[in-house]
Design a protein around this ligand. Structure first.
Ligand SMILES: Cc1cc2nc3c(=O)[nH]c(=O)nc-3n(C[C@H](O)[C@H](O)[C@H](O)COP(=O)(O)OP(=O)(O)OC[C@H]3O[C@@H](n4cnc5c(N)ncnc54)[C@H](O)[C@@H]3O)c2cc1C
Length: 243
């Protein structure tokens, strides 16, 4: 399905709020009330990040839904020794201005593409999937069914944990967590990496859904081969790799 491209715009935007999501992750809320900006759920922005007198250009998925017009949210996880992500999670203060450019990307979902969705993410790979879920909730798309499988290393690193708990209470949204390295004693989710058994147990009508996979390249490719093995057509699998 060919979508009409949203115009790419370049604009300065001020951070009006910084939200600590997890020990290593922050959400920057930008004021975009001065811009006529639109995007599809799942797309990303390029951000100019100052670094030792240079400018680093980095891609960050949009976390807020397109129904939210005045502000735009980006969620950044600090990668060890990462230059831009360290700046954005440790140095940025409210009031700082950034040059943003976008939207970009073909990792997009709209209701006319399919109404049975399976979103599979690891770590910061949740961001564009959250945008899709927030869009489903805010646009009241109750006919859309979405299952999220979300993998993290530790409980404390689950981004948007409380909001996901609230979303899981919606009859059309199911949230499934797995933790790969440590878990609290009373943990009720899965442990270990997402595998074929987990998918068979949690996902209904496997070959008929649309799949959105996001995270590190190896994670995305692993999950894609599991889905192909389970009989999903490759055209029903969309991938976004954070490398
Ligand atoms: C489409 C897309 C969307 C994305 N969306 C998000 C998002 O929503 N949220 C998010 O958190 N991330 C997202 N990313 C990832 C993001 O763009 C950056 O790649 C990430 O923040 C790391 O950038 P950095 O400048 O901090 O790391 P860099 O400084 O570029 O370093 C990257 C890695 O290389 C290593 N490294 C750096 N310098 C050296 C060196 N000299 N020698 C050896 N190793 C080195 C670092 O240890 C680090 O592991 C996205 C990526 C893409 C492609």
């Amino acid at each position: 399905m060919e979508l009409e491209k949203k115009p790419v715009k370049e604009f300065k935007a001020k951070v009006i709020k910084v939200i600590q999501e997890t020990p290593s992750t922050k959400t920057l809320v930008f004021d975009i009330s001065h811009v006529d900006f639109d995007f599809y759920p799942g797309q990303y922005m390029m951000v100019n990040v100052p670094y030792e007198g240079q400018v680093l250009k980095r891609a960050y998925s949009i976390a807020s839904p397109p129904t939210q017009k005045e502000t735009l949210e980006l969620t950044i996880k600090k990668v060890p020794e990462g230059r831009a992500s360290t700046y954005l999670t440790e140095k940025v203060k409210e009031g700082e201005e950034f040059l943003l450019k976008g939207p970009y990307g073909k990792f997009v979902w709209l209701p006319q593409m399919g109404t049975s969705l399976v979103l599979i993410g690891a770590g910061s790979g949740i961001v564009p999937l959250m945008c899709i879920l927030r869009y489903i909730v805010s646009a009241k798309l109750e006919h859309v069914k979405a299952t999220l499988l979300y993998s993290n290393t530790h409980y404390e690193e689950i981004i948007y944990r409380e909001e996901l708990e609230r979303m899981d209470k919606h009859s059309n949204i199911k949230v499934v967590h797995t933790l790969t390295r440590s878990h609290p004693p009373d943990w009720k989710g899965y442990t270990g990496r997402i595998n074929v058994e987990m998918i068979l147990k949690e996902v209904e009508d496997i070959p008929t859904n649309l799949y959105y996979l996001c995270g590190p390249p190896a994670f995305v490719e692993d999950i894609a081969s599991m889905l192909l093995e389970l009989g999903v057509d490759k055209n029903q699998i969309k991938k976004e790799k954070y490398d």
